[in-house]
Design a protein around this ligand. Structure first.
Ligand SMILES: Cc1cc2nc3c(=O)[nH]c(=O)nc-3n(C[C@H](O)[C@H](O)[C@H](O)COP(=O)(O)OP(=O)(O)OC[C@H]3O[C@@H](n4cnc5c(N)ncnc54)[C@H](O)[C@@H]3O)c2cc1C
Length: 282
């Protein structure tokens, strides 16, 4: 077997330059949870691994005037326990706490979780509902990508070949809820993942974002269904109607965690529960 060269840049910009120089031979590795499995199963065979493990200050968690900023190298276990994350959005801290098991969360980074673009994941739906965006570093420039435009398909993102995800920005706290439905085991990957974030003025819903993942190729929002809530009181009837809209409009997939028919039913149930939780959370 060929030896794999292990490179350890200390800045994101250096990492991106290495990707530009080494081309398709190079693969980024962060926590390594997915990459090591892909190597073991011979799904990838890079000759160079560009490790992000030595990048200085890549795992920050800080509140700024424009929202919560999380470095791509922050570990999911640190995020679930972070007081800053818990105070900013308890539902977001909860989302990190239900990923896989503690061994996975101790190793997995937020940047790795998003960049892997695995459809059966938790953070993407909650972060999309929270209107998060990511900052990425290319060999020549940085740019921001709204999470709404980041996931392009199964294991495919809007990242270009030399770009590295450096930071996740969540613009403002919101009343939010995350529901993960697992059909196989309690610590398994989601069959359906529902993230909801809403703004209220007294009883009236000013803004609503619902992202459903794991049941579909990429997390998806249905803006016409979200708009049904704008300026309205979230009555039981309205909540049921929005949940129904999600269930009927999305085109769920079939896999080992459930059939398309089953997922359609579970989307209805879990969108409804998540909306009720956000409505009742005062
Ligand atoms: C047993 C098990 C259970 C799991 N259960 C869940 C679950 O319930 N919910 C869930 O959401 N996930 C689950 N996962 C997936 C896990 O969360 C991801 O594998 C992990 O988050 C990946 O992060 P990492 O830092 O280890 O990334 P790595 O494995 O290092 O990288 C993953 C991918 O992203 C790329 N990459 C990494 N960092 C960056 C970056 N900053 N910029 C650009 N590209 C980058 C890599 O090249 C690779 O393609 C599970 C995994 C396992 C093994």
């Amino acid at each position: 077997m060929n030896q794999i060269k292990f490179l350890e840049p200390t800045t994101f910009s250096e990492a991106s330059t290495l990707l530009a120089e080494r081309g398709d031979d190079a693969k980024v590795i962060a926590g390594g949870v997915s990459v090591t499995l892909m190597l073991q199963q011979k799904l990838i065979s890079p000759s160079i691994l560009v490790s992000l493990g030595e990048i200085v200050n890549g795992d920050f968690i800080r509140l700024e005037s424009d929202g919560l900023h999380i470095g791509a190298l922050a570990k999911l276990h640190d995020l679930e326990r972070s007081q800053i994350v818990r105070e900013f959005c308890p539902a977001l801290a909860h989302t990190f706490s239900v990923v896989g098991n503690v061994r996975v969360r101790n190793q997995a980074t937020l940047g790795g979780n998003l960049s892997a673009a695995d459809y059966a994941a938790d953070p993407p739906s909650m972060l999309m509902a929270l209107d998060a965006r990511v900052q990425v570093q290319g060999a020549e420039k940085k740019r921001e990508i709204p999470l709404d435009e980041f996931f392009l398909g199964f294991y495919t993102t809007a990242l270009e070949s030399t770009e590295i995800l450096t930071e996740v920005i969540i613009p403002k706290p919101a009343r939010a809820a995350y529901f993960k439905y697992t059909s196989i085991s309690a610590e398994g990957r989601p069959c359906v993942a529902v993230g909801v974030a809403a703004d209220f003025d007294s009883d009236l819903c000013k803004d609503l974002r619902i992202a459903v993942g794991a049941a579909v190729e990429t997390p998806q929002r249905i803006e016409s269904a979200e708009a049904m809530a704008r300026g309205q009181t979230l009555t039981d009837e309205l909540v049921a109607a929005i949940a129904n809209e999600y269930s009927l409009t999305l085109d769920p997939l079939t896999d080992v965690r459930g059939s398309a028919w089953y997922r359609r039913e579970m989307i209805r149930v879990f969108v409804q529960r998540a909306l009720e939780e956000v409505r009742n959370d005062r």
